[in-house]
Design a protein around this ligand. Structure first.
Ligand SMILES: *Cc1c(COP(=O)(O)O)cnc(C)c1O
Length: 579
């Protein structure tokens, strides 16, 4: 589970020396989920970065991870009695986990020198391999008070604050690696566009001789930079791609890069970080097949490959399932392929492990919300960032219909999710869900768990019977929580989008909501969801437990061996890092 096995060794043993000559690949991510008490992530992107680091440690890949310290975290969600999110920062104690390194670099932002110091966190795999994580910090006495706060709040503040963070991450991070003495890094992996300025900083090293440049040409040689940079894009949602006004860019970074040149690389209107990363990366990928296709149509002219995301299985298996897998397939953590035989496990063992996971969730829900779940009803789980394109209220579209289904086949629901500080519609979805909870009281038990984060996910996801996902296709780039569900024998009921297109065998590994109409044309309405619940999911749970357990086995054995981060990192290593 997320708490247990992967953690920093004794902090006094944390030194950078052993990694300096060994490391070949630097992975840059604005957020990364390393430990439940380190609030350095907000959601899926950070969990993916954390699972990437855990697999890198397991597989002994020569990588360093670079991120911000995010001293004030992202958002601690509490909910008032009506369901309005009271979002506040979520500080954590850096000194308890990381060691400050002596190196320091400075760069001018908005005319002031900003000093940056890295903290070192060493992530240790239980197999015994370590990977270093550098967390960049500007909270230093030599900095102006405004600059001291740059690395405080993940995804906080306005565009200017965000750009300052991205300057520190991309440019500061690159320069710190040199200052620390990482001498053999040949590959920079940009996890999302936030660190794209790194590639621009590299490009400054490769001006072309004047006599080779005509009028409007780029006066730099992108070839060597493309050889070094790998870019993974993570969302087809427009708001997910940072774009900064050039005026702001030149306020913060005057005399850094010629404007006419930057427009050629990053877009004529605004500095689009995705476009910049696309222009300067020799390997670009989306995070599922469908997402790569969608990205190709958003950004024509680039070669966009697909490496489908995966989850780190030892982190996301409930302890009861980890125990079961340890007994039958001792190498499953490192070699998840062996789980393809899990369909041969005795059904009773799977059901018992599931019952244990479910019990943990029942306890957590009672503690946190006061809702007593019913032992005889299946639990439908839903937890996402609360935002409109994920349609968190799709299930509640027709309350009377829901009641009618429940009279025939009783069920119950547990939900969770944070809305971003600035996402007012997202906050309204949570409040509306509180309204639905009251409407349905007495008929259908529905609970909303506050403060969805990885430690909550590690109880919620394995503890339900059905994991629901209802995005508007093709907006879900990949999704990973459904992979965590399948690993624990939880059946996915999901719109065909992201990773689920690749994993869904309807009625075998889980269920599809609606149909896949191809690129963007998919149909997935509330009616489709109700039909599937009423005609397939709930009758099977109540009517044929043997067949249900058979599906749990199919979900585990057909999904876990593929949709895991060991496979994902072997692919990055073989296809992207070695070129
Ligand atoms: C796994 C996980 C996610 C990713 O969820 P998806 O919506 O399926 O991509 C987000 N947040 C937390 C806390 C997680 O553990």
């Amino acid at each position: 589970m997320f708490h247990d096995s992967y953690h920093a060794p004794d902090q006094h043993a944390q030194t950078i020396g052993p990694f300096l000559s060994l490391t070949r690949v630097a992975y840059f991510s604005m957020e990364i989920a390393l430990h439940p008490k380190m609030h350095t992530y907000s959601g899926g992107l950070g969990v993916l970065a954390g699972d990437t680091a855990r697999s890198a440690a397991d597989l002994e890949l020569p990588m360093v991870f670079v991120t911000l310290v995010s001293r004030k975290g992202y958002l601690r969600q509490t909910l008032d009695s009506e369901g309005w999110q009271q979002g506040d920062s979520d500080p954590w104690v850096l000194q308890d986990f990381a060691t400050p390194l002596r190196a320091k670099v400075s760069l001018p932002i908005n005319g002031r020198e900003v000093w940056i110091r890295p903290w070192l966190y060493v992530l240790r795999s239980p197999i015994g391999h370590d990977v270093p994580v550098l967390m960049l910090d500007t909270d230093l006495p030599e900095n102006d008070p405004l600059d001291r706060s740059i690395t405080d709040q993940l995804y906080g503040g306005d565009a200017e604050y965000r750009l300052r963070q991205e300057i520190v991450l991309g440019i500061g991070g690159l320069r710190l690696l040199s200052a620390l003495g990482f001498a053999n890094i040949k590959t920079f992996h940009l996890n999302e566009g936030h660190a794209a300025l790194l590639a621009l900083d590299l490009l400054r090293r490769f001006p072309r001789p004047d006599d080779q440049v005509n009028g409007n040409d780029l006066r730099y040689d992108v070839g060597p930079v493309r050889d070094m940079c790998i870019f993974t894009t993570h969302t087809p949602v427009e708001a997910g791609h940072d774009a900064f006004e050039y005026e702001l860019v030149y306020d913060l970074l005057p005399d850094y890069f010629e404007l006419d040149q930057l427009r050629l690389l990053a877009g004529s209107e605004k500095l689009n970080m995705t476009r910049l990363a696309l222009s300067l990366s020799g390997f670009v990928n989306g995070v599922a097949q469908r997402h790569a296709r969608t990205t190709r149509s958003m950004f024509p002219g680039y070669r966009i490959r697909a490496i489908t995301n995966g989850v780190h299985l030892p982190t996301w298996a409930h302890r009861a399932f980890a125990h079961l897998y340890n007994e039958h397939y001792p190498s499953w953590g490192l070699e998840p392929e062996v789980l393809s035989q899990a369909d041969q496990l005795h059904g009773g063992l799977i059901w018992d492990a599931h019952a244990e996971a479910r019990q943990d969730l029942v306890r957590l829900v009672a503690e946190q919300t006061g809702v007593e779940l019913d032992p005889d009803r299946p639990i439908i789980g839903y937890a996402r960032r609360m935002t409109s394109y994920k349609r968190p209220e799709l299930l509640f579209t027709d309350i009377e219909r829901l009641r009618a289904i429940n009279r025939q086949f009783p069920f119950q629901v547990v939900l969770a999710g944070k809305a971003h500080h600035r996402d007012e519609p997202g906050k309204r979805h949570i409040r509306n869900i509180f309204g639905h909870i009251q409407d349905l009281a007495g008929d259908i038990p529905v609970a909303f768990l506050p403060n969805y984060e990885a430690s909550v996910a590690s109880v919620l996801v394995p503890g339900v019977d059905v994991w629901l996902n209802t995005p508007v296709p093709p907006m879900e780039a990949s999704g990973t929580s459904g992979m965590k569900a399948a690993l624990n024998g939880v059946l996915n009921l999901s719109v065909l989008d992201g990773w689920w297109i690749e994993a869904c065998l309807d009625g075998v590994t889980g269920w599809a909501i609606g149909e896949d109409g191809g690129n963007g044309a998919a149909r997935a309405s509330a009616e489709d969801l109700y039909q599937k619940l009423e005609q397939a999911v709930l009758p099977l749970y109540h009517g044929d437990r043997e067949a249900w357990i058979q599906m749990m086995k199919q979900a585990i054995s057909k999904i876990a061996p593929i949709f895991n981060s060991q496979r994902m990192m072997r692919r990055y290593a073989a296809e992207a890092y070695v070129r």
